[in-house]
Design a protein around this ligand. Structure first.
Ligand code: IZC
Ligand code: ZN
Length: 419
């Protein structure tokens, strides 16, 4: 019997991003499944049918109660997914932004007690309500761009209380607004002032006190580490991530961002869900990733902001790796929350094609968050997360750099932006 539907998106160019296997890797990333003039029928927050009009009509029952959205001449895509952000932070760092614009270096600012530590001071000083309020505004920016799922890291507390406060803000926001949030604990993000002369002591504090408490509270799904010269060494990162794994967390990593340290190799060794940044990934790192299920996530908004060389996307794709893209939205190295802008930067400066970037922010991003069964493509059975863009071809979306073309955003079958 035909299923009664409550939402029907008619016509348009439907980017289904429906692949048989995911993540989509290497040359296959050039294929972006698209249906011209397709219909998307939804019921109970899920996609029920996708296809040409005649086929969808055969499969579903349209009633007087069905909400019909005409998307003729427009582009329909899965809700976009941003799999790496530092959404929750107090304060802002525009002073540092302009210093860097005049030539100051990101790591030098950090070593002088600014950078991440300046956000740590502001986040410790912020109330839970302030963190929720600013987080809510930022999620609204993202939702209006068509972003319906966002990974959010802690890491601006570096003490138990503030790390939990950041994760609690994520939990509150998850209850009150539509963007799906994926919480990640990033206690290993910098050396806090209390442990300035005792880095080993801080690693032990994370291992013995903070990680078990975060587990106990059930407020994080992933654990991430900033593996970087002057921050957490590969050895320290391995200890933290192994402990996290023992406790049942899944892993993500800040790997090979400023220096080629072996972060990609460690991500592969521990079978992390993702290895992120990879600006400085080595040939050996690429080979290690190829032998693993790790999804590399590139964050070209950071290279753009810091004016650093971009990650070798073409080399990684030629080797056969899958790629996802994310904003890295944070108050220092990448203060943009605009995933559409990041898609444009990926095309311009990493020579990715529009097909590759759409696969990267839909199905591959979903896969990197362990959600590809439910999110990331428009297929029967998946959650009805859809964006309607006011252009007639998906290739025009990264092309109109910095313009928000998202007109209607639907999360789990509900219209949350637009008419
Ligand atoms: O606040 O600068 N790289 N973490 C690692 C960051 C950038 C965020 C920041
Ligand atoms: Zn980051």
């Amino acid at each position: 019997m035909a299923e009664r539907i409550d939402l029907l998106v008619k016509g348009g160019q439907v980017v289904t991003a429906a692949h048989r296997a995911c993540p989509v890797r290497g040359r296959t990333m050039q294929n972006l499944p698209v249906l011209e003039g397709g219909w998307v029928a939804c019921a109970g927050g899920k996609v029920v049918a996708v296809g040409p009009e005649e086929k969808v009509r055969e499969q579903v029952e349209i009633t007087a109660k069905t909400e019909v959205i005409d998307a003729a001449g427009k582009v329909v895509t899965p809700g976009l997914i941003d799999p790496h952000t530092h959404l929750i932070f107090g304060g802002s760092r525009e002073d540092e932004f302009y210093l860097r614009a005049q030539g100051a270096d990101y790591m030098e600012i950090m070593e002088a007690g600014g950078g991440i530590l300046s956000s740590v001071r502001a986040t410790r000083a912020a109330s839970l309500e302030e963190l929720v309020e600013t987080g809510r505004q930022r999620l609204r920016w993202m939702l209006e761009l068509g972003v319906t799922t966002v990974e959010c890291k802690s890491g601006y507390g570096l003490d138990l209380e503030t790390e939990l406060k950041q994760l609690e803000a994520v939990r509150i926001l998850q209850r009150e607004q539509p963007v799906e949030l994926v919480p990640t604990f990033l206690g290993a993000h910098a050396w806090p002032p209390e442990y300035a002369g005792d880095h080993e002591g801080f690693v032990e504090f994370l291992l013995d006190t903070v990680l078990p408490a975060v587990k106990e509270q059930g407020v994080a799904e992933y654990v991430d580490v900033f593996t970087e010269k002057g921050v957490f060494s590969v050895e320290q990162s391995r200890r933290i991530l192994q402990k996290a794994q023992e406790l049942g967390f899944k892993l993500r990593m800040h790997a090979d961002e400023m220096h080629s340290l072996g972060g990609a190799e460690l991500a592969a060794e521990l079978n992390a869900a993702s290895a992120d940044h990879l600006l400085m990934v080595s040939g050996q790192g690429i080979r290690a990733l190829l032998e693993s299920d790790v999804v590399p996530i590139l964050l070209p908004g950071t290279a753009f902001t810091l004016r650093k060389p971009y990650a070798p996307a073409r080399k990684m794709l030629a080797a056969g790796l899958p790629l996802a893209l994310a904003t890295d939205f944070n108050p220092g190295s990448c203060p943009t929350a605009n995933l559409l802008l990041v898609m444009s930067i990926a095309c311009l400066y990493m020579a990715m094609t529009p097909e590759e970037v759409f696969n990267a922010v839909t199905i591959n991003a979903a896969h990197s968050l362990g959600r590809s069964q439910r999110l990331g493509s428009l297929e029967p059975g998946k959650q009805a997360d859809l964006v309607i863009f006011a252009v007639d071809d998906y290739k025009k979306i990264p092309y109109y750099i910095g313009v928000n073309l998202a007109e209607t955003v639907i999360k789990a079958g509900q219209v949350v932006v637009g008419n």
